[in-house]
Design a protein around this ligand. Structure first.
Ligand SMILES: *Cc1c(COP(=O)(O)O)cnc(C)c1O
Length: 407
């Protein structure tokens, strides 16, 4: 009961809430949404790194970059402090600047559009397609203007965006294709790894993502010139491999080539990444099993389940999101609250981004501008899915949902 009392809102309501909750069947322990699984290998590697004395960007970061490049089968990978940093650097390396427009999906995390803003350019929101929830190439086409410089698709929830039509559009109009693969490290499109499908692809290693370094990100590209530029911009704009300046090779002078940023990854973070990457396929297999279990057990509930991947894609199974429908007796927000009352954590990925105050105020977006993303954003609810989630946890979630949708 401790947890319930603690999670109740104002003290005036406390008694009432506890009373109500006593009648609700629920799990003993709160099921936290998006908790990572950290192995002994990570713990030992972090300790070894601390003992090595080299804590900042160094040999472990280099190893993690090489391992990740091998996994994606791409020439150049640069590890950075977050995917937000990666997206910002991708914009800068690709030459996106003030006056340019970059087309982004309305269904994404704010970091996608904010990276465009930080480069000085304007984010132009495009709608998603109702089937797989990725950016709709036809809507992208309608939003291309002489100022458009890049398209920034997001492989939402782990489902690869329609990269073939997007590539055709980009080629036709001389645009760059930058991928936000924060949800989609393991994804493939027509047998090709996701890191290969855009000019630059950005990954996130935030705590809830499919691979975590606590905080961290990666850029993948086959363009060496861009990779070099990204490396320099990620460390103050100092000349290449400036991190070596404090090594046993003796002090080395560096040149400041640009006004860069402090976006480098540390060896402590890379120590997590090396072992998280080694287990990435195993973790995906487990999430695939949980996914099927949800799919099976939710069939009879008045909810829409996530899209079934088409045969030509490999889904990275990052987020299992259901939708309330006209038949559901509760609104999405009521359902969020009721699940919480039953000790089940859930989340929303995402409310349509253009409706947040900043984008309305700065770019004049209004309700109704991007109807498919808005409708989805108002009805979606993400259920716990991570290597730490067990079959029993899924059963608890399903039972709680069934209970909520009955009442
Ligand atoms: C998490 C996320 C990001 C930002 O990643 P950070 O590593 O937290 O900066 C960007 N885009 C999407 C779609 C995300 O989910």
């Amino acid at each position: 009961m401790e947890a319930n009392i603690k999670s109740c809102g104002s003290s005036r309501l406390k008694k009432h809430h506890v009373c109500l909750r006593d009648k609700i069947p629920m799990r003993k322990e709160y099921l936290v949404y998006g908790s990572p699984l950290i192995g002994e290998e990570e713990v030992e590697e972090v300790v070894a790194t601390i003992r090595s004395g080299w804590l900042g960007t160094g040999p472990k970061t280099q190893r993690f970059e090489a391992d990740f490049a091998a996994f994606q089968g791409i020439e150049y990978c640069v590890a950075v402090s977050s995917c937000s940093a990666a997206l910002h650097l991708a914009m800068l390396a690709a030459g996106v600047k003030r006056g340019d427009e970059v087309i982004v999906p309305a269904l994404t995390f704010c970091a996608t559009a904010n990276a465009v803003v930080h480069s000085g350019a304007t984010p132009i929101f495009a709608d998603i397609n109702g089937e797989d929830l990725t950016i709709d190439p036809e809507d992208v086409r309608r939003r291309i203007t002489p100022r458009t410089r890049a398209i920034l698709p997001v492989h939402i929830h782990g489902y690869p965006a329609k990269m073939e039509p997007l590539r055709s559009l980009a080629d036709e109009h001389g645009l760059l294709l930058i991928g936000d693969a924060a949800h989609a490290i393991e994804a493939e499109y027509k047998g090709i790894k996701i890191g290969h499908l855009a000019d630059i692809t950005c990954f996130s290693f935030y705590v809830t993502k499919n691979l975590t370094t606590v905080e961290g990100g990666m850029l993948a590209t086959s363009n060496q010139e861009w990779a070099d530029k990204i490396k320099i911009l990620a460390l103050h704009g100092m000349s290449k491999d400036a991190w070596i300046r404090h090594s046993d090779e003796g002090y080395q002078h560096y040149q400041v080539a640009d006004a860069g940023f402090k976006y480098n990854m540390t060896d402590i973070q890379a120590s997590f990444g090396i072992h998280q990457l080694a287990r990435i396929e195993k973790n995906l297999e487990w999430r695939e099993q949980l996914w099927s279990r949800y799919d099976e057990k939710l069939t009879d509930l008045r909810l829409r389940r996530p899209p079934t991947p088409s045969a030509d894609v490999r889904h990275a199974r990052h987020i299992y999101a259901v939708q309330v429908t006209e038949q559901s007796p509760l609104s999405r927000d009521r359902l969020l609250g009721e699940l919480h009352n039953r000790n089940i954590g859930s989340a929303v990925h995402y409310t349509a981004l253009h409706l947040h105050p900043y984008y309305r105020r700065s770019f004049g977006y209004r309700e109704g501008d991007l109807p498919v993303a808005e409708a989805y954003g108002n009805t979606t609810l993400s259920l716990p899915l991570s290597p730490k989630v067990s079959d029993e946890d899924v059963d608890d979630v399903v039972e709680a949902l069934a209970d909520c949708l009955r009442s």
